[in-house]
Structures are given as C-alpha cells and as structure tokens.
Design a protein around this ligand. Structure first.
Ligand SMILES: Cc1ncc(COP(=O)(O)OP(=O)(O)O)c(N)n1
Ligand SMILES: Cc1ncsc1CCOP(=O)(O)O
Length: 213
C-alpha cells in the first residue's frame, strides 16, 4: 500500500451524493489509490447505496475502497477492506470475516505499543496521527514525524499518516517514512481535486527520488 488515500466527508458534510461521486471520480482520475467511506450516520440503506457506488467507481480506476469502522458494511458492499479505530473491534475478527486478502487498517494514534498490537492482530497497515491540526477531527491525538521513522524501522506493514495534511506540509511525513497519506479536507475540500491529487502524486515521486541514494 502506498500513495494517496482519500477520506470522504460524513454525509452531513457532503453537499449531495452526486457531489460526493463527482469529487471522488476527480480524485481517482488524479491518482488517488484508496478511498475510505467515513460516515457516522445510522442511515444504513444510504450507507450501503453509497458504498456500492464508490466500490464501482474504484473498480473503474483500479483503486481500493475501505469502509470506516464497519466491517459488515465492507462485506455487504464488496469493499476491499475496513479501517478500524481502537474502539471498533479487533483486526483479527475483521480478518476472519473479510478474508486474507482484505485490507485492514488500524488507528495507532501516537503509540508504538498500539502498532505492535495491530501487527500481532494481522493489520494490513498502521495509521498514525494526527500530524497537523485537523478541522475534520479537532481532538485527535498529536503525533510527530519521528514516530514514523521509528515505526518504519520496527514494523513491516505500510504506514499511513493522517491529520491536517496538505501539499505544503506533506513532504516531512513522506521523508520520515509514511507510505501513504490520508486526507479528508485537503482533497474533498478542494475546488480542483484532480489537480491536487496529481500534485501529491508528483510530490511522492520527487521525494522518493531525492531520498534514493
Ligand atoms: C487512515 C485512517 N487513519 C485513522 C483514522 C481514524 O480512525 P478512528 O480512530 O476509527 O476514528 P474515526 O475515523 O472513526 O473518527 C481513519 N479514519 N483513517
Ligand atoms: C479521521 C482522522 N483521524 C485522525 S485525524 C483525522 C481527520 C483527517 O482529516 P483531515 O485530512 O481533514 O485532517
């Protein structure tokens, strides 16, 4: 897993489902590799409908759909995986339900211990952050790029950095060891989503090239 990872705004923050699909299509065209449906509503029929539509859109772009919190919705919609916070059940249970190829992400906040637990439970990637103040999740625990560097040396699964990331502050996270960057506001909040996604793709490749001896 590597590259750009887009997190949808919640349904109440979306202008409409049509807007969500158009914005997601533009992001995928610009090179986003992973989409996470992050909605906190209890509107199960709408959640399933949107998840299936996003799944179809991802298939057109050979991208992956993950569902936040809810592996049952991932299963029902045919998504590629699930992202689990610390209160969302165990990665091992999600793995048993979704199978060995599923992408199962785990929130590790600022903690190597949580990351070690996630690895032991079979997580596919480790998510750290927030790295910068986030309007999407203002009370998320802060983490520093040095944690990414330590985690890179210690753990095998890819590392995802999240929280307040934008084009101006992303480079230190890539240099510190982030394999993927997860953004909500920086991508879905843009009026030029395709161009922003392309600029991130370029940033990844330039930064990796500069770091290769
Ligand atoms: C890629 C990624 N990393 C972290 C989170 C945060 O997940 P969680 O701790 O479950 O918090 P909520 O997103 O549910 O508010 C994430 N969603 N995605
Ligand atoms: C879900 C989540 N978890 C930690 S920060 C965050 C929000 C990410 O959104 P943004 O990129 O808008 O800060």
């Amino acid at each position: 897993m590597h590259g750009l990872y887009a997190i949808t705004p919640t349904f109440e923050q979306c202008a409409s489902d049509r807007w969500l699909m158009a914005q997601t299509r533009a992001l995928l065209t610009g090179g986003v590799r992973y989409i996470q449906l992050r909605d906190k509503s209890c509107d199960q029929p709408r959640r399933l409908k949107v998840a299936k539509a996003l799944r179809a859109l991802c298939a057109e772009h050979e991208a992956h759909l993950l569902i936040n919190d809810d592996w049952a919705l991932a299963q029902a919609s045919g998504a590629h995986g699930v992202h689990l916070g610390q209160g969302d059940g165990s990665p091992a249970d999600a793995r048993a339900a979704l199978g060995k190829h599923a992408l199962i992400g785990r929130t590790c906040h600022d903690s190597e211990q949580l990351a070690a637990d996630a690895v032991a439970q079979g997580a596919s990637y480790l998510a750290f952050g927030r790295f910068y103040p986030s309007r999407t999740k203002p009370h998320a625990r802060p983490a520093t790029p040095a944690l990414l560097t330590r985690a890179k040396a210690r753990f095998n699964p890819p590392l995802v950095a999240i929280g307040g990331v934008n084009l101006d502050n992303a480079e230190p996270l890539i240099r510190a060891g982030a394999d993927a960057l997860a953004l909500c506001q920086g991508l879905y909040g843009s009026s030029e989503p395709e161009s922003v996604a392309r600029a991130f793709t370029l940033l990844f490749s330039v930064t990796h090239k500069q770091d290769t001896p």
